[in-house]
Design a protein around this ligand. Structure first.
Ligand code: CA
Length: 232
């Protein structure tokens, strides 16, 4: 069955180009030109697998649309890729805080956008029990056994540090805001502040030793597990 993409973009030419490329890649595409149209589309049509969401819309901002998608149980798990302008760093931060999974910066190539969509689909459609090893460079995590080794030497992590590491590694290459980590690692009702995230990331890095450098700080946003294993 074709995966569904909801494309929300008010610039008609860009929307048409993106819709064309995404359809050619085999997806079923619904188009919306405003935030209100987007919300109406998800309310009346089957839930999309991925929403491609422009930040600058004429009515609601893309960030607000994203927040509402996340607040609705039906659409809480959709993949969301935001489209931002080069200068909108602030919007990216807000976008991640609102629950966006990823973003591409305008101008972008269709290939780049399609790769992001595919990556999101792999993630959102992953079976609930992944049950396998995660590895990056010297760090190897056996998710089932709850074991972490660095260069073959076992590292003892707390349950929370373990969840933090697995979450970051599963989303490697993608920035995770402190709020996202609080939601997904600590749990949505956790009564902790974002500073708690910093404290635990610091401890996790220390336990991993030099390999801990793979957990990068993204200034003003959050953290990211470095993509690949060996680049500096
Ligand atoms: Ca726009």
């Amino acid at each position: 069955m074709a995966r569904r993409v909801l494309l929300v973009e008010d610039e008609a030419d860009l929307r048409a180009s993106v819709a064309f490329a995404v359809r050619r890649a085999g997806y079923q595409v619904t188009e919306a030109g405003t935030g209100a149209e987007a919300l109406a589309a998800v309310a009346t049509a089957p839930v999309p697998d991925v929403v491609v969401l422009d930040v600058m819309l004429p009515d609601l901002s893309g960030v607000e649309v994203c927040r509402r998608l996340r607040a609705d149980r039906r659409t809480a798990d959709c993949g969301v890729v935001m489209l931002t302008a080069r200068s909108e760093e602030f919007d990216r931060v807000l976008g991640f805080e609102a629950g966006a999974d990823d973003y591409v910066t305008k101008p972008f190539s269709m290939r780049e956008l399609l790769l992001r969509i595919e990556a999101l689909l792999r993630r959102t459609k992953r079976p609930p029990a992944p049950a396998k090893a995660l590895a990056s460079g010297p760090i190897v995590v056996d998710v089932d056994a709850h074991e972490v080794t660095v260069d073959g030497v076992q590292v003892t992590l707390t349950a929370l540090e373990f969840r933090l590491l697995v979450t970051l590694m599963e989303r490697r290459g993608r920035v995770q805001t402190r709020e996202m980590l609080l939601r997904d690692v600590w749990g949505i009702d956790a009564d902790v502040t974002t500073r708690t995230v910093d404290t635990h990331v610091k401890r996790l890095r220390q336990k991993l030793g030099p390999a801990g450098a793979a957990v990068e700080t993204v200034r003003g946003v959050g953290y990211r597990f470095r993509e690949g294993g060996s680049e500096s």
